[in-house]
Design a protein around this ligand. Structure first.
Ligand code: FES
Length: 144
């Protein structure tokens, strides 16, 4: 039973795999992509997971939103592609572990929760729930 697999230690919860209808679903920790996400039809295709190498980012356009898909430490995250400091795109920034560095003035953000981790930015950036279904990265834009 899936519910039996999502309880337990933090270690067990750090990488959850769900098998349903012959497909494998990966739910990164700290995202809202739990088992309920499997039945959530708000998720929209963003990019093939194989097209985002480890330690890299890729900018995609999803439902009119510019989103940066980040492949950090074997996990995927989705953040808005816009720095909160001076509204410049983040897509040419470096990704160091979970930290995304803005290419314009050097502010940094934690891609796990969007929090600002380095000046001059003080405000967070938006993050999006993400799931991977059969090698496809899907994100949920939600309401604006
Ligand atoms: S625009 Fe990103 S740090 Fe200034």
């Amino acid at each position: 039973m899936i519910a039996d697999h999502i309880t337990g230690t933090a270690e067990k919860q750090s990488a959850l795999f769900f098998f349903a209808v012959g497909e494998c679903y990966y739910a990164p920790p700290d995202s809202r992509a739990g088992p309920e996400a499997l039945n959530d039809d708000t998720y929209i295709y963003a990019i093939e997971a194989a097209d985002v190498p480890a330690g890299k980012t890729r900018a995609v356009e999803v439902a009119g939103h510019s989103v940066l898909i980040c492949h950090a430490k074997d996990e995927f995250f989705a953040v808005e592609n816009m720095c909160s400091h001076a509204m410049s795109p983040l897509e040419d920034g470096r990704l160091r572990a979970y930290r995304l560095v803005c290419p314009l003035h050097g502010a940094s953000f934690d891609v796990r929760d969007g929090s600002a981790k380095g000046q001059p930015a003080t405000r967070p950036i938006r993050t999006y729930p993400l799931r991977i279904v059969a090698g496809r990265v899907e994100i949920s834009i939600g309401s604006d």
